[in-house]
Write a protein that binds this ligand. Structure first.
Ligand code: XUL
Ligand code: MN
Length: 344
């Protein structure tokens, strides 16, 4: 049994298209995905704004809210909860060069409109969390944007969101690159520094994705620790990543099981989840897998989390304290390896 609640997004079951090839699996309807998520053991759903309200650009603000209310009823019927809503600002022709940091004022206005509608949707769905993955808030060409001005623009946009709804909390999910070359807010350290400059730092925190930390050359468990030490770890996207490559969204723990162990250890040791936080998974099926395997990466990741969680609970703190006092780090390392290899 896990002590955590788990969440997942509809985009985690997908057609398999990548930058170099067409789709390899047929689409599965939204309702079907949500029902299956519940069956597998998820109780929280992560939404992009247009997952929740498709074609929202064509709808009035009232229509958007009423569609969101219909979705809330469906979630209630299924016994599911919305964890967060995130504006999908990277797919629109108006935000090809970023939303909040675009040089075009019309693009920036559109991005803010989408963020405010995402807040409306979140409220209708009963969530106080807006996630900002700042996909294109950076550059492909360094000289194409003024980086300081861009950060001021990002801060202004976030201040507008904070003022729009006094309850909303903003979780910035940093990623150092992809689809842009260089992000203006690449790590959670940047997020927390940036949060301090906003009008209400108490409502701006972080969502840490394991793969994004690895892409920044950093250890995900320490990035989590950094946020936990500031009371700012409000969400996680557990997954895995084979070094400095494209964003892989592999099943949790399949590349680096010791890091996976340390991620769960820091979460458990420091009470992650006690304020209602979810363990989110942001994993994708391998492109080679058939439609019949559309959910295996999710089932596998959940099972891996639970298996590693049981290792963390068996971790012998007293023994390790003794080794720490004796500065016998070889013994600690071997103990951890034996624990992970089933010899403890
Ligand atoms: C992209 C990513 C997103 C966010 C939500 O790398 O992780 O799916 O989690 O917008
Ligand atoms: Mn993510």
């Amino acid at each position: 049994m896990s002590m955590f609640k788990f969440s997942v997004g509809p985009w985690n079951v997908h057609e398999g298209a990548d930058a170099f090839g067409p789709e390899v699996r047929s689409s599965i309807s939204f309702d079907q995905k949500l029902r299956k998520f519940k069956e597998i053991g998820f109780t929280g759903i992560q939404f992009h704004d247009d997952d929740a309200v498709p074609d929202m650009n064509e709808l009035s603000e009232d229509q958007i809210k009423s569609r969101a209310r219909e979705l809330k009823q469906f979630l209630d019927e299924q016994g599911l909860e919305a964890e967060f809503v995130a504006p999908r600002l990277w797919m629109d022709a108006r935000t090809i060069d970023g939303g909040f940091t675009s040089n075009s004022s019309a693009d920036r206005e559109f991005a803010i409109w989408r963020a405010l509608r995402s807040i409306d949707i979140a409220k209708e769905l009963g969530s106080d969390r807006l996630v900002l993955w700042l996909a294109r808030e950076g550059t492909l060409c360094s000289e194409s944007k003024d980086p300081v001005l861009s950060l001021h623009r990002l801060r202004e946009a976030i201040n507008i969101m904070l003022a729009y709804d006094p309850q909303i909390r903003i979780l910035i999910e940093p990623k150092p690159n992809e689809p842009i070359d260089r992000s203006f807010v690449p790590t959670v350290g940047h997020v927390l520094g940036f949060a301090n400059g906003t009008q209400d730092p108490s409502r701006v925190g972080a969502l840490l994705e394991s793969a994004h930390a690895v892409l920044a050359g950093l250890e995900p468990s320490l990035e989590m620790a950094f946020c936990l030490a500031h009371g700012k770890l409000w969400g996680v996207h557990l997954n895995d990543q084979n070094g400095l490559r494209y964003d892989q969204d592999k099943s949790f723990g399949v590349e680096n099981i010791r890091s996976a162990f340390n991620q769960l250890k820091v979460l458990i040791d420091h009470g992650y989840g006690s304020n209602g936080e979810y363990i989110g998974l942001d994993v994708k099926a391998m492109r080679t897998q058939s439609a019949a395997m559309s959910y295996a990466h999710l089932e596998n990741s959940l099972r891996i989390v639970k298996l590693i969680e049981s290792k963390v609970r068996r971790f012998d703190k007293d023994l390790v304290l003794k080794y720490q006092d004796a500065r016998n780090y070889e013994a600690i390392e071997m103990y951890v390896m034996e624990l992970l290899l089933g010899e403890q």
